[in-house]
Design a protein around this ligand. Structure first.
Ligand SMILES: [Zn+2]
Length: 66
């Protein structure tokens, strides 16, 4: 899965099983938000290019970063 930084457009490839593992580990699990990573370069949030979680909610980078 590709994650894109909302600050500097840095892209990072994260294996889907890792993303799902982290998503499931989240204690404040919110089905309306995708798992997010922090950019190593600028510290901004990284958003998935596309992700569909276990509840069937879909997230696209274009939702937050045209
Ligand atoms: Zn960044």
């Amino acid at each position: 899965m590709k994650f894109i930084c909302l600050g500097c457009d840095e892209k990072e490839e994260v294996p889907r099983d890792v993303v799902e593992f982290l998503d499931g580990m989240d204690v404040d699990h919110d089905p309306f938000n995708p798992p997010q990573f922090t950019c190593k370069k600028c510290g901004e949030e990284m958003y998935p290019e596309y992700y569909k979680n276990e509840f069937g909610y879909e997230f696209h980078i274009s939702d937050v970063h045209p």
